[in-house]
Design a protein. Structure first.
Ligand code: NAD
Ligand code: GLY
Length: 371
């Protein structure tokens, strides 16, 4: 594990390719950070988009690596509720007021909320300016900062307004995870498990063997988990940037998870928590369709449990409500939406070939709070 530490990964997208640097203590290493950022900055201007929580922890370290530049900090209110057009408008007003121009660089310092909003600002300010991701949550480090999905929410739904817009670089300092609240950290671990299930059986086994160290946030173990997760995400995004096909496998467990989030009211379950329960459901569904063998759903559930992730609902959600929330008309005929399923741990595919009765059986089991 030690020798892989300094090598950046690359998201291969032709002339839009970019590196992902992963390092424990990157933000504290002013010289390295400055040397990494300097060649990326087109001109003198930098706009950092963050929130007060993250700014208080890591703002100074980032700013100290940008000496002699015009650096303006837009600190948006903390929370998913602020990933909206109002905050987007305020960020645009801020950039105009500080006279940023087309050569400015926008740096997102924070979790997925900050990253998604800052990315959309970068995609649209003066038709697009350079963008750097400095993700500080586990979810953002293994998922949202890589791949170029940017968005804000609309009252009609999450991420309804956005763009595909890739960053120039992703800078991951795993040490930032030491300050992350336990619930946020555990929710991020669910997305790490996802990569094992959909693409990497060996990594899945490695997580089983290192679950306690992952829970303890062991720096070396964590760095390996983040690196392996990012490598898979980079490979999938390079193969299908705009989700015409294979990128959809990154949504394993998400169809169920999104329905849980919607029905319980956004925020009751964190996204990663809902995805954790959703992955157990997706594994059971895969088994019901004759794909995943008997032991598969148990292994996935047991790993999630050993990492402290939720694997069952705490309140019943009727199967018919789940079907509705997943966009399935109660009266519709079989197989009308595509699900990501796993034929065996380490692989995933999409299927629309199933009977609604099979899906309903899985939903019925979970609606009674069983896993
Ligand atoms: P978040 O950004 O709300 O961060 C969670 C909390 O942790 C916040 O209160 C934040 O201030 C705090 N925080 C961040 N870093 C910290 C640190 N190092 N120490 C202490 N506190 C810290 O939540 P998230 O889970 O990172 O992101 C969720 C968002 O990501 C959602 O909006 C979701 O839609 C989006 N998302 C996007 C993609 C994508 O591909 N673009 C993928 C998955 C999720
Ligand atoms: N989080 C899923 C994706 O980036 O496609």
């Amino acid at each position: 594990m030690g020798s892989e530490a300094s090598q950046p990964l690359t998201v291969e997208l032709g002339d839009r390719s970019y590196p992902i640097h992963i390092r424990d203590g990157l933000l504290a290493d002013r010289a390295l950070l400055e040397a990494t950022l300097k060649p990326l900055l087109r001109a003198n201007q930098v706009a950092v988009i963050t929130n007060p929580t993250v700014e208080a922890l890591y703002g100074e370290a980032l700013l100290s690596a940008l000496p002699g530049r015009q650096v303006d900090v837009f600190s948006m209110p903390d929370g998913e509720a602020h990933k909206n057009l109002e905050t987007y408008g305020a960020a645009m007003d801020f950039l105009m007021a500080h006279r940023h121009n087309r050569t400015t660089t926008i740096v997102a310092l924070g979790g997925g909320v900050v990253g998604d909003l800052a990315g959309f600002v970068a995609a649209t300010f003066q038709r697009g300016v350079d963008f750097v991701q400095v993700p500080t949550t586990l979810l953002a480090q293994v998922d949202s900062s890589v791949g170029g999905k940017t968005a804000v929410n609309h009252p009609a739904g999450k991420n309804m307004i956005g763009a595909f817009y890739q960053p120039r670089v992703v800078l991951i300092d795993t040490q930032t995870l030491t300050t992350l609240p336990p619930r946020e950290y555990t929710a991020g671990l669910a997305e790490v498990v996802k990569y094992g299930v959909i693409a990497d059986a060996e990594f899945f086994s490695w997580m089983e063997a290192n679950a306690a160290a992952l829970v303890a946030r062991d720096p070396q173990i964590l760095e390996h988990a983040i690196r392996t997760s990012c490598a898979t995400k980079a490979r999938v995004v390079a193969a299908d940037e705009r989700e015409a096909s294979v990128r959809a496998i990154l949504n394993f467990g998400h169809t169920f998870g999104h329905a849980i989030e919607k029905l319980t009211g956004y925020g009751a379950w964190l996204h990663g928590e809902a995805v954790s329960i959703g992955m157990v459901m997706a594994a059971r569904f895969s088994h019901k369709l004759g794909l995943l063998d008997q032991g598969g759903p148990e292994r996935i559930r047991d790993l999630l449990l050993s990492l402290g992730c939720p694997v069952a609902l705490t309140q019943g959600l009727p199967a018919s409500d789940m079907m509705d929330a997943m966009g399935m008309d109660k009266k519709a005929t079989d197989g009308n939406i595509r699900f990501v399923v796993t034929p065996e741990i380490g692989s995933a595919t999409l299927t629309a070939n199933y009977a609604d009765a099979a899906l309903r059986e899985v939903l019925d089991t979970f609606s009674q709070g069983q896993a």
